[in-house]
Ligand binder design. Structure first.
Ligand code: ADP
Length: 179
């Protein structure tokens, strides 16, 4: 399993889908999986920019991982977003004989992130929600990188600014170096 990491607006979903097509990976986006959920409670939480509870989140991502044929590698987008989820993932990986091979972290400046999110117009891209998600990223999600480094998972940082093609090429390189 590869983790595509970065703040809201970093381009994880676009780049994750491109990489998964090129490399035959199963792209699992928690944002997408949750938006597809029929549970109104989950949609209400997402609209505020808060994180969905670990129990719901781990069930949804766990089912998606379990549905993936063992020979197909997985790219995780939007997960884990806090230390508790990272711990859960390493346990899960152990249980099912998969490995977390690398974290690819997309780095984008704050000014560029705000510009991108305001231009995107998704249902949860109100100013309040954007501010909340950026705050949660710095407070809860960013520390996950150190957690993985401590657990001997390789962390590759990639410049997430520039043309889509250039960023794609950088991510591909990072992916190939990790495998
Ligand atoms: P963004 O990265 O731009 O915030 P996502 O589509 O990844 O967009 O996530 C949208 C929302 O889905 C988040 O604000 C949060 O409410 C929920 N979500 C996504 N991933 C997780 C997660 N790992 N844990 C808890 N909630 C999550």
């Amino acid at each position: 399993m590869i983790i595509l990491f970065g703040p809201p607006g970093a381009g994880k979903s676009l780049q994750g889908q491109l990489l998964s097509k090129q490399k035959g990976l199963n792209w699992l986006s928690t944002g997408q999986l949750l938006r597809d959920s029929t549970d109104p409670h989950i949609h209400a939480i997402m609209a505020t920019g808060e994180l969905v509870g670990d129990e719901d989140m781990n069930r949804v991502i766990g089912e998606a991982i379990d549905k993936t044929p063992p020979e197909v590698d997985i790219i995780l987008d939007g997960y884990p977003r806090k230390i508790e989820q990272a711990e859960w993932l390493l346990d899960k990986a152990d249980q099912i004989n998969r490995q977390v091979t690398a974290v690819i972290s997309l780095e984008v400046s704050d000014e560029e992130l705000v510009r991108r999110l305001h231009g995107r117009g998704r249902a949860d891209d109100s100013s309040e929600s954007i501010i909340r998600r950026s705050h949660l990223y710095r407070q809860k999600t960013r520390p996950v990188l150190d957690f993985f480094a401590k657990h001997k998972v390789r962390v590759a940082t990639v410049n997430g600014e520039g043309s889509i093609e250039n960023i794609q090429e950088r991510i591909k390189q990072a992916f190939e170096n990790a495998n």
